[in-house]
Design a protein around this ligand. Structure first.
Ligand code: TMP
Length: 211
């Protein structure tokens, strides 16, 4: 049996990941592909506990390296216990965020740098990368305004606007370096316009990978 494919969706706050995850799921289902949904940080009971630690607001300042290592701790668990076994069985997997988020948020946003991130990625994931990444791109101000409406902010959502500008630039730098894997979608248009761009990326990917 052939190995499943691993697709991830990324972007800064309020870019519309949930709506578009539903669209991608339906598009693949129409092609006869049932996709396993998951998310980061999280995805397994243990990794979801790490998520709680990472997202909850607290008095103590969380050191950026602590934050980074916890992201990767959760990711190793997620990969070993959920993603890799599913892919081996031929199942396709869709994750709401993955390693690119660490490059963008911790590498660029927290200014830890891409080099240190790449070392950690190589050591812990041994070259494992998504087969396709959909990056929803939106001016920070618009995304934050949309995210505001969702209620109480978590530890990341409470960051200053400069942080999110660095995160967005981090994502765009990855896309520039890996244009084949990471597709940047302009998320500022109507739902139909956004989904037409996603569909184009999915068609190309599906045509190249169907067996
Ligand atoms: P979510 O709100 O999309 O569920 O993501 C949770 C937060 O975690 C979001 O603000 C981005 C952040 N995050 C990182 O900072 N680094 C990572 O590696 C991941 C996966 C998420």
């Amino acid at each position: 049996m052939s190995r499943g494919k691993f697709i991830t969706i990324e972007g800064t706050e309020g870019v519309g990941k949930s709506t578009n995850i539903a669209f991608i799921t339906q598009w693949l289902a129409d092609k006869g592909i049932e996709i396993l949904h998951t998310r980061e940080p999280g995805g397994t009971p243990f990794a979801e506990e790490i998520r709680e630690l990472l997202l909850s607001k607290r008095e103590e300042i969380v050191d950026s390296r602590t934050e980074l290592l916890l992201m990767f701790a959760a990711r190793c668990q997620h990969l070993a216990q959920k993603i890799e076994p599913a892919l081996k069985k031929g199942q396709w997997v869709l994750s709401d965020r993955f390693t690119d988020a660490s490059f963008a948020y911790q590498g660029s946003g927290r200014e830890l740098g891409f080099e240190r991130l790449a070392e950690l990625e190589n050591w812990s994931l041994q070259g494992f990368k998504p087969d396709l990444t959909i990056m929803l791109d939106l001016p920070i101000e618009i995304g934050l305004e949309r995210a505001e409406k969702r209620g109480e902010k978590d530890r990341f959502e409470s960051e200053q606007i400069e942080f999110f500008h660095r995160v967005r630039n981090g994502y765009l730098a990855i896309a520039e370096a890996e244009p084949e894997r990471m597709k940047v979608i302009d998320a500022s248009g109507t739902i139909e316009q956004v989904q037409r761009q996603i569909e184009k990326a999915l068609i190309n990917f599906y045509e190249a990978n169907k067996d």
